[in-house]
Design a protein around this ligand. Structure first.
Ligand SMILES: [Zn+2]
Length: 184
């Protein structure tokens, strides 16, 4: 019997990894949308808001709505993903929502993941994960958020999710460092 350990099985280990399976396989178009989100996050930071940006792409690949974090006015719920959910509920049919993809610089928080699922939006692609952000904040000794750092899958298990994008991690980390006055 021939034994060829170098031949990968047809069913790669990723399929058994569950939550970490989508970590790869972002297309160039998806990375382009994520880079756009990072620019929105940068714009938010320049305005004194927290560095998060998000956009909604419809089934034809067109960007239909984009926003960035706007919490500096005192309303801590002004997250871009929440704005997207409310915009979509008002402007898109249920079928259009389900066929849309939301791209975001940082993985949805539980509030936004819930809003996304309640209005029936489709896939989410994020650049940096909640776990990554939590690790950075812990490293910097920053206070924890008042909401449990649950991944999207724990809040909205029916929503297809992809991310993170390692290509963008350093840039996003730098934005969050700057947001908290951390010099690296
Ligand atoms: Zn949120």
């Amino acid at each position: 019997m021939t034994h060829t350990p170098d031949s990968p099985p047809s069913n790669p280990a990723a399929s058994a990894a569950g939550e970490t399976a989508p970590d790869t396989a972002l297309t160039q178009a998806e990375l382009g949308h994520l880079r756009h989100c990072v620019r929105l996050a940068q714009a938010a930071l320049d305005l004194g808001d927290e560095p998060f940006g998000s956009l909604l792409v419809d089934a034809d690949g067109a960007v239909r709505f984009e926003d960035h974090n706007r919490v500096s006015g005192g309303d801590a719920t002004r997250h871009p993903e929440f704005e997207i959910a409310r915009w979509a509920a008002a402007q898109l049919s249920p079928a259009e929502r389900a066929a849309s993809t939301v791209f975001t610089s940082g993985e949805h928080c539980p509030m936004c993941a819930a809003a996304h699922a309640w209005v029936g939006l489709g896939r989410i692609v994020y650049a940096a994960s909640t776990a990554q952000l939590g690790a950075w904040l812990a490293e910097w000794g920053a206070p924890a958020a008042p909401v449990a750092p649950l991944p999207i899958r724990a809040v909205a298990p029916g929503v297809p999710v992809a991310g993170p994008a390692p290509e963008l991690a350093a840039e996003i980390r730098a934005l969050h460092a700057r947001s908290r006055g951390i010099v690296e």
